[in-house]
Design a binder for this molecule. Structure first.
Ligand SMILES: NC(=O)c1ccc[n+]([C@@H]2O[C@H](COP(=O)([O-])OP(=O)(O)OC[C@H]3O[C@@H](n4cnc5c(N)ncnc54)[C@H](OP(=O)(O)O)[C@@H]3O)[C@@H](O)[C@H]2O)c1
Length: 232
């Protein structure tokens, strides 16, 4: 099985790649910006399994997605996990167009364009599951927190996009779901809720994400699944 994970250099993405290796997938394309952390990930993977881990160092807000085509070539991609994300924590009135650009380019444009790029590769798979990592903040009707208007609205966008794509791609055998995560102890959580500690560690969440990504496409399509035991 061939897997693509964005935001693999830290937090939930890093743990997700390690869990995929434990599940003995054949190949993982691990995308991230930080070359040092990506190398650490590759070393950690080599210590626990035989999965081929291909590092793809790129800034998803800067690249021309067409340039990634040569990385994947004609290879079948079974699962795409659009996990990379970023957050600005600021009052609404202080949010600049630059902030808006950064958050929407990372959290919305990148999964949109990467999924588009990988459609030919996904169509070759019998699984063909796109898992978009959303947030409880992006779920309509959920409790909202001040300072997260750009972030949470971007996550609402990715949730909506997941529903749209599931409908549009179903005739091509591609399943699309969104996991709306609750709090997980990562750098991002610390920046959104300083001092707050969640009971959920990245490894625990990664186990859920990997199980969902590899198995649940048979049962679930076009859904926004809340994965949250606490608020926040
Ligand atoms: N932690 C939570 O409580 C929580 C809750 C709900 C949803 N989520 C979602 O879970 C996902 C993972 O977050 P996390 O908590 O694991 O955060 P994290 O530790 O900050 O990791 C974010 C990852 O995204 C990558 N990334 C950010 N901007 C990028 C860019 N422009 N180009 C390429 N890669 C970029 C980072 O790469 P670098 O290492 O190079 O910066 C890093 O690998 C995000 O989508 C987040 O919104 C998290």
């Amino acid at each position: 099985m061939n897997i693509v994970v964005t935001g693999a250099s830290s937090g939930i993405g890093y743990a997700t790649v390690l869990e995929m290796v434990r599940q003995k997938v054949t190949r993982i394309y691990a995308l991230g910006r930080n070359a040092v952390k990506l190398q650490q990930l590759q070393n950690a993977c080599a210590a626990i399994g035989d999965t081929e881990v291909i590092l793809v160092e790129c800034d998803l807000t800067q690249i021309n997605f067409e340039d990634l085509r040569s990385v994947f070539g004609e290879n079948c991609i079974d699962v795409l996990i659009n996990n990379a994300g970023t957050l600005v924590y600021a009052p609404f009135e202080n949010i600049s167009p630059t902030d808006l650009d950064l958050i929407y380019k990372t959290n919305v444009y990148a999964p949109f364009l990467l999924t588009q790029l990988l459609l030919p590769n996904l169509k070759k798979s019998k699984i063909a599951h796109v898992v978009n990592i959303g947030s409880m903040g992006g779920v309509q009707g959920s409790l909202k927190f001040s300072g997260l208007s750009v972030y949470s609205s971007s996550k609402a966008a990715i949730a909506g996009l997941s529903e749209c794509l599931a409908q549009e791609l179903k005739t091509q055998g591609i399943k699309v779901n969104c996991l709306a995560l609750g709090a997980v102890n990562t750098e991002m959580l610390a920046s959104a809720f300083p001092g707050y500690k969640s009971e959920m560690e990245p490894q625990m969440m990664a186990e859920y994400i990997v199980d969902f990504a590899l198995k649940q496409h048979k049962f679930i399509n076009g859904k926004i699944v809340a994965v949250s035991a606490t608020t926040p």
